[in-house]
Design a protein around this ligand. Structure first.
Ligand code: ADP
Ligand code: ZN
Length: 213
């Protein structure tokens, strides 16, 4: 399947994407993961993105479109893709529409995962991430078996730089201002599915129903 997953930081886009990849082999494409890997590797891209990311601000549209133009050409996209954290601005959405048209591709749906702000705040402050493989944990609901150590790869499980209270508040403000308008954008295109759900299973069920799976 080919989907855009929209939703605030902490809405569960990544979790839903991971569950969907297991259903039909489509790949999760997270611009956040791509950028974090670039920062960790100290590449040119990483250097350009680092400061904005740390503050919870958006990286420039040009940089993001450069990444996505290349990424969507890769072979693994043939089995479908779940765009997680992209597009995040109207210009990105417009550029994506054009890019997909050029590639002769069509999305199955744009899924807007709508979660109340208090739930989001609680999730983000308790979220922890593996530095090496990106696996997500939660200190309350899903801690690693051994404190601070990833169950999957043994890497260090830490709080992200942008998961301080200040950066979280900024990310949510940025989301409301820059990304929330995309729901209207896709509603007008007739491809929007809004799911109000705090459980990933419910989101998956709604997607299956929409796609007739
Ligand atoms: P979140 O948990 O906020 O959804 P992500 O992992 O998607 O976090 O993104 C982390 C950071 O990477 C963002 O705060 C932003 O700085 C940058 N970023 C990721 N995707 C984009 C994008 N499509 N446009 C601009 N900046 C992005
Ligand atoms: Zn790991």
């Amino acid at each position: 399947m080919k989907l855009i997953l929209l939703g605030a930081p902490g809405a569960g886009k990544g979790t839903v994407a991971k569950l969907l990849t297991k259903m039909d082999g489509s790949v999760q494409i997270s611009t956040g993961d791509i950028l974090r890997a670039a920062v960790a590797a100290g590449t040119e891209l990483g250097k350009k993105a680092e400061a904005a990311m740390k503050a919870g601000d958006l990286v420039s549209d040009d940089l993001i479109m450069g990444i996505m133009r290349e990424r969507l050409k890769e072979d693994d996209c043939k089995s479908g893709y779940l765009l997680d954290g992209f597009p995040r601005t109207i210009p990105q959405a417009e550029a994506l529409t054009e890019l997909l048209a050029d590639m002769g591709e069509q999305l199955d749906a744009v899924v807007n995962i709508d979660v109340p702000r208090d739930v989001i705040l609680d999730r983000l402050t308790t979220r922890r991430t593996c530095q090496d493989c990106g696996e997500i944990y939660n200190v309350k609901s899903n801690p690693p078996k051994e404190d601070g150590k990833c169950d999957k790869c043994g890497g260090a499980v830490v709080q992200r730089d942008d998961e301080t209270e200040e950066a979280i508040n900024n990310r949510l403000d940025v989301y409301n201002k820059m990304t929330a308008p995309l729901a209207d954008f896709y509603e007008k295109e007739g491809s929007l599915l809004t799911v109000e759900a705090t459980s990933s299973e419910k989101v998956i069920d709604a997607i299956k129903a929409k796609l007739g799976l």
